[in-house]
Structure formats: C-alpha cells, structure tokens
Design a protein around this ligand. Sequence first.
Ligand code: ADP
Length: 372
Amino acid sequence: MILIVDDKSENLIALKKILETHNFSVDTALSGEEALRKVLKYNYKLIILDVQMPGMDGFEVAEAISGYSKTKDIPIIFLSAVKINKQFISKGYASGGRDYLIKPIDPDILVLKMRTFIKLYEQTDELNRVQHALMEEIEYRKEAESKKDEFISIASHELNTPLTSVKGYLQLAEKSFEKDNKDGTRMYLDRTKTQLNKLNQLVADLLNTSKIVSGKLEYSFREFDFEPFLDSAIDIIKQSFPHKNITKNGTADVRIHGDPLRLEQVILNYLTNAIKYSPDNDEIFVDVALMPHNKVNIKVRDQGIGIPLEKQDQLFDKFYRVEESSNRFQGLGMGLYICAEIIRRHSGTYGVESEPGKGSTFYFTIPVKSEN
Ligand code: ADP
C-alpha cells in the first residue's frame, strides 16, 4: 500500500485517483503527525510526502520514519513546488528521501516511479528476509556444533572412567596373583568385570542412539508371557545390586506381543536409574497392574533425589540430563531417550512423577494381546 501525505485534501484526492486507476492501493494522511501514527500501525511499501506542511514539515517526518527500525527501509518520495533549490534537494536526501516529484505531477512519470520504487522495496524486503533466515541457519549450526563438541567431551570422559578403573584393577589383580592371593585376585577380577559391564553398556547405548537417529534400531517381535518376563528382569537387577531391596507389587498374567529384549532394556534402565539416583535409600518398588482398555502398566518407584517439576518433560529427550545432579552422577542422558523410543514402538506411553528430595516414579504402559 502507498501512503500519500499532504495537508491539502484536493492534492490527496487527485494523486489517489491517478494511482488507484493504475491498481495501486492507497492510503492518505493530512499531516506529518497522522502519517507517523499510520506508518507505525500499518505496512506501507512507499510514502509520498509533501515537503511544505504546517506543523511537522516533510523533512522532519522523513527523518522520524527513517529512525524507526520498522519503517527505515520504506522509500520516501518528496512532493514539492516547482521552484526548489539544490540545498533543499540535499536536505531531502539527507533526511531519508529517495526521489523528488515536482508539482504539477505528470501522471505517467508518477506511475513509472511508483512501480520502480515498489519493486525495489519488495526486492530489499526479500533480501532482508533471506539474510535473516541465513543468519538463523548459521546460528543453529553453530549451536549444533557446540552441542556435539560438548557431547564428545562428556562421552570421552564417561568412557575413560571405567577404562581407567579396569587398568587399575587388572594391575591389582596381577599383584595379588603374583602373591598367590586367590581371594584378592578374584575380588579385583570381579571389579574389573563390573567396570567392563559399564563400558559395554555405554557403548551399547551409544550404538542404540545412533541407530535410533538413523531409524535402524532393529526389533524382533513375538508373543510372550509378561509375568515371568518381568520377574526375570527384576532378578537381573537384584543379582547386580544385592544390597538394594526391590519389592514387586501386583501381577499381570497376560501375554504381550513385543520385543522382550528391548522391553527388558526399558525395565533394566528404569531400575538402574532408580538405584543410581537414590544413593541414600535402598527401597525400590515395582508396581505392575492391568489397566482398562487391555493395557499393562509398570511403575518403578524410588525414594531418591527426585526431579524438579520444570525439568520433568525433558527427561526423555536425547542427551538430556538434569543439571543440578549431573556433576554428582555419571551418565550420558541416552537411557531414557532409548526407553521412550522402544515404548513408542510398542504403541505404549511413558512418563514420570517426581518430587525433589522425595523420589521419582517412572512408568510405562503397553497394550496386551486382546484375547487376554
Ligand atoms: P543418564 O542417567 O545416563 O544421565 P538417562 O537418560 O537414563 O541418562 O536419564 C536422564 C536424566 O534423568 C538423568 O541424567 C537424571 O538427571 C534424570 N533421572 C533419570 N532417572 C531418575 C531417577 N530415578 N531419579 C532422579 N533423576 C532421574
């Protein structure tokens, strides 16, 4: 839309008529003040501005318009009486004008100029838009790059920790062996094994994450009984963490169509997290229940450090770790992301309820075979 600013309404009407017959849409203002109000409120592609007006003159209005970031690129064309001197013209350009129209106006020249300036304005606008999008894209890249660097540094640290322990325990085992100390050798070899298992888990998580990203995580679906499956998963954890009390409540004597190894991965992950994030409390509960609409629900409850409410909806995101606890507990933030992917693949739902200092309940629900 073009804005014409002139204190004489007969001039406005005449200009408006010429432009409208050439299909331009036109708005008008009878003073500089009114023009300023309008440019801030509406979007114009061009402004025709009378130089001599009572109150704010055209130059003052142009200066104000080119001072606002919203309007600084709108081309301004001054409208002036025939006799203007050089000084007047330079003042016009200095205040942000692009061109002059001398009264009386030749309609053909007017329309040609309007077309050229509007085209220029549209091109500038498009260029600005492209530049803005490019800048955003560059920023986003930069951001991804720094996230990647951060991840590599955490991952190297996480992998290095068990590796260093393995080296240390093997040296101790060797010394015990040289001294014919069978018990010592066995103890250090057991610790080596624990560290190797950690390492193995980290590498498996890294591989799983990269497979999820590329859509290549394999599943092998079959039918199986849920109850013995759940008991066996809990037993694995009980054997690895004999000092923790894991209590199962409820039963679900149903059959599931799913990938038992992947679902076991979810349960083991929920349980190891419950243990890891409750260093001062040994009680863990697994609640299993059948839900309406042929679903089974599994909850893993701990009485550990808990999670602030505002962090809870990000827990299942890739590489997300709660900042407050990330220094105290090792991890890469991949476990829950992998769980979420596996549960979704089983048409299930997942979530968390937690209170800082009181503990967390991580749950998931998956469909059971409908004939149950
Ligand atoms: P990791 O434990 O390797 O950091 P996860 O993806 O398993 O990665 O968990 C993501 C984050 O969720 C953890 O860093 C931790 O902050 C939080 N979290 C997970 N489980 C619990 C829990 N039971 N109690 C408190 N915080 C937890």
